[in-house]
Write a protein that binds this ligand. Structure first.
Ligand SMILES: Nc1nc2c(c(=O)[nH]1)N[C@H]1C(S)=C(S)[C@@H](COP(=O)(O)O)O[C@H]1N2
Ligand SMILES: [Mo]
Length: 199
């Protein structure tokens, strides 16, 4: 399996300002209850401004090509966990199948339980962005997003949506759950874009 080792910090300080390291301990940070998983009814959808709308069952998802990505994770509540080894399907691979329309510039990510988050489409083409089923060699635990979560290492953790069920490609940006509730719209840890009043 291909392993992708790119610097989450892209050459900046490894640990962004105002963050502390948690070591091996991996906190669970969830707004609301942990949703259940039914492999019969689960699907993953790619919708909106694309040439090929996509729908994968759990079984179909399991047949997609996987990669491993080593990446750091930075939560806006100030903890950082370095060197996470994720396994899953690169977001870029899914986008290449879906073929975004030229007007598509933003992505709304949707999840079981109703959580949403938004990212610029170009962020999802970064090599270290993936839809992960495994972390450090184990299937995700329910609290950490089983069966599937998005991982966007270069942005604050709230963009790494757990229990993800699909993405919608949009021409206009659509703020998600935390972005509507005071967090920054983009969320770059190196610029400490924690809240919507930071620049
Ligand atoms: N569906 C969903 N995804 C979510 C969240 C959430 O509340 N619901 N919290 C986010 C936040 S704030 C962070 S820091 C990361 C934390 O991932 P972890 O709980 O696996 O450590 O998940 C993100 N993904
Ligand atoms: Mo977070």
């Amino acid at each position: 399996m291909k392993r992708i080792e790119i610097d989450t910090a892209r050459g900046r300080e490894r640990v962004p300002p105002g963050q502390y390291l948690v070591g091996e301990r991996w906190p669970v940070l969830t707004a609301g209850p942990t949703p259940g998983f039914d492999p019969e009814s689960w699907d993953f959808r790619v919708e909106g401004l694309i040439e090929n709308p996509l729908r994968f069952t759990w079984e179909e998802w399991g047949r997609l090509p996987k990669v491993e990505v080593r990446a750091d994770m930075h939560c806006v509540t100030s903890w950082s966990r370095l060197d996470n080894l994720w396994m899953g399907v690169q977001a870029k691979y899914i986008l290449e199948l879906a073929k975004p329309e030229p007007e598509a510039e933003f992505v709304s990510v949707f999840c079981d339980g109703g959580y949403t988050t938004n990212v610029p489409l170009e962020e999802l083409y970064e090599e270290d962005v993936l839809f992960a089923t495994h972390h450090d060699g184990e299937p995700l635990s329910p609290g950490h997003g089983y069966p599937l979560r998005l991982v966007v290492p270069r942005l604050y953790g709230w963009k790494s949506a757990k229990w993800v069920r699909g993405i919608e490609l949009l021409a206009e940006d659509r703020p998600g759950f935390w972005e509507e509730n005071g967090y920054h719209n983009y969320g770059d840890p190196w610029r400490e874009q924690r809240y919507s009043f930071s620049f």
